[in-house]
Design a protein around this ligand. Structure first.
Ligand code: C5P
Length: 306
């Protein structure tokens, strides 16, 4: 029997490595993007409705667009169009992932809504069909669907799943306001002007650290080529990075295009201390602890309250 309502849980991501190449003729950048899904989740609930409608709840709900610029709405439209059906659905986003923070919250909602609508409409699309729609929606959306860890090449949408041999403990410092991804990439281009930008390649030491679950080795290999651009646009992030490092983080970096900053901790107790210190430092709006890897978009069983 077709369900009356479907709920999907979908994780945030951090980039363990974000190697960025020169701008391509289409304006995108080739990447070597090592995605790691982390245990901060948005929940997407879809129900039948007279027409497409998006609502959002959560502390930052006011910053989330509810029109067809929202990737969740675009996912429903793309799936409906592909199957020649009307997108008569109410999409509710319970938002816990920082908005415009470099943690792929918008992409998560796109992937979550796609899986939720496919289930609600009993379409039974294959994973490859869903991944193809995800890639049309945005560079980070396919990873939100699969979760875990993966190397993204091309503009980040071509994924190779990676093995992860342990659990990693992260702290995320959420800044006031967002940073626009295109603006950060444009700043990257400006900073790279008149330089030879090398081809982006995944760092073998980083992949090995993930594979073996070696936190110290991972800390030594974390890298984000967008960090100088994010810091140029938001110099105060340097204070946040310094506060987390002083609190005992093994490594500190900007998450994706920022302005969320990410800190790798040696264990859960250290992560809790770093989060407390970051909050008290006044250099961020809030600090969140999360473990990685986390599973990708997952339908929550109907009778589950978690
Ligand atoms: O793919 P997505 O819509 O998420 O990308 C948002 C913007 O980020 C793009 O319009 C582009 O400016 C920039 N981008 C890029 N290279 C990538 C991914 C994103 O320049 N590989």
């Amino acid at each position: 029997m077709a369900p009356a309502q479907v709920r999907v849980r979908v994780p945030a991501k951090v980039n363990a490595q974000l190697a960025v190449g020169a701008a391509r003729p289409d304006g995108f950048h080739d990447l070597a993007n090592v995605f790691l899904a982390v245990g901060l989740y948005d929940e997407i609930t879809v129900t039948h409705a007279d027409e497409l409608r998006v609502t959002c709840s959560g502390p930052d709900a006011g910053e989330v667009p509810l029109d067809t610029t929202n990737l969740a709405a675009r996912a429903a439209l793309a799936l409906a169009e592909r199957h020649g059906i009307e997108p008569r659905v109410h999409i509710h986003i319970a938002k816990d992932i920082p908005v415009a923070g470099g943690m792929a919250g918008g992409s998560a909602d796109g992937a979550g809504a796609l899986l939720a609508c496919d289930t609600l409409w009993s379409l039974g699309s294959s994973r490859d069909e869903l991944l193809a729609i995800c890639a049309e929606l945005g560079s980070d959306v396919p990873f939100s669907l699969i979760g875990g860890a993966a190397l993204g090449t091309g503009r980040g949408e071509r994924l190779t799943p990676l093995g992860v041999g342990g659990e990693f403990h992260w702290v995320f410092a959420v800044a006031d306001g967002g940073l626009s991804t295109p603006t950060v990439f444009r700043e990257f281009d400006r900073l790279a002007e008149d330089t030879d930008v090398p081809l982006p390649v995944a760092d073998p030491a980083l992949l090995e650290a993930l594979r073996t679950g070696d936190t110290v080795a991972l800390a030594g290999a974390l890298a984000n080529d967008l960090q100088p651009a994010a810091l140029a646009l938001r110099p105060s992030l340097a204070d946040t990075l310094a506060a987390g490092t002083a609190a005992g983080a093994l490594a500190a970096l900007v998450s994706g295009s920022g302005p969320t900053t990410a800190f790798l901790a040696k264990d859960p107790a250290s992560a809790a201390r770093i989060a407390e210190t970051l909050l008290a430092s006044g250099t961020c709006r809030t600090a969140r602890v999360a473990t990685a890897p986390a599973p990708g978009a997952t339908v929550v069983p109907q009778d589950s309250t978690t």
